[in-house]
Design a protein around this ligand. Sequence first.
Ligand SMILES: CC(C)(COP(=O)(O)OP(=O)(O)OC[C@H]1O[C@@H](n2cnc3c(N)ncnc32)[C@H](O)[C@@H]1OP(=O)(O)O)[C@@H](O)C(=O)NCCC(=O)NCCS
Length: 182
Amino acid sequence: MQLTTPRLELGPFSPDDGAALHGYLGRSDVVRFEPYGPLSRAECDAEALRRVTDPRFVAVRLTGGTLVGHLYAARVEPQAWRTWTVGYVFAPGHGGRGYATEAVDALLDALVHDGARRLTARCDPRNDRSWRLLERVGMRREGHEREAASFADDEHGDPVWHDAYLYAQLAHERPDAARTGR
Ligand SMILES: CC(C)(COP(=O)(O)OP(=O)(O)OC[C@H]1O[C@@H](n2cnc3c(N)ncnc32)[C@H](O)[C@@H]1OP(=O)(O)O)[C@@H](O)C(=O)NCCC(=O)NCCS
């Protein structure tokens, strides 16, 4: 995927994105709601390399090249349902300017352009910045899933369950659907 928005360039990862990735994936506040803990610099170097050939990950850069975050888009099985789930993580130093909103909006448009029928995302209800973003791009809260996932164990080794909001939007509900006749 290669896209340009008014302020951003969306495209593949590069093998030398490790340092920039570590700038945000190394922070416990950034990955608080992710299924993994803070990554070391070495893990980020490996992750950058892995993402070069993983089309589900999209690097988001300021025009000129600075990595400010990434998007994730995966097709849900069965493929005939033409449903995609998306995710995103952005560097806090570039937060609060609408970059994540701009990038996710462009991603959803691109997925619909490529044939997606239904777009979904899940987030922890405590992650208000995440669900506010999803509402800014026009997604609808379709569910509150109780104890839907666990990303950590407690001191006894038992899973700590947390809820999830399910957000979704249909292709014909995208803002430019009327104009393009979807
Ligand atoms: C979720 C996350 C991407 C949201 O970041 P964010 O900075 O709030 O999102 P944006 O970059 O779209 O910026 C939106 C904010 O900038 C403001 N803003 C400024 N200029 C803007 C513009 N041109 N367009 C839109 N919003 C703009 C908005 O009002 C909003 O601020 P508010 O929430 O105080 O109203 C970020 O918190 C993050 O990466 N968290 C860690 C990872 C994570 O939890 N991912 C989701 C897992 S489900």
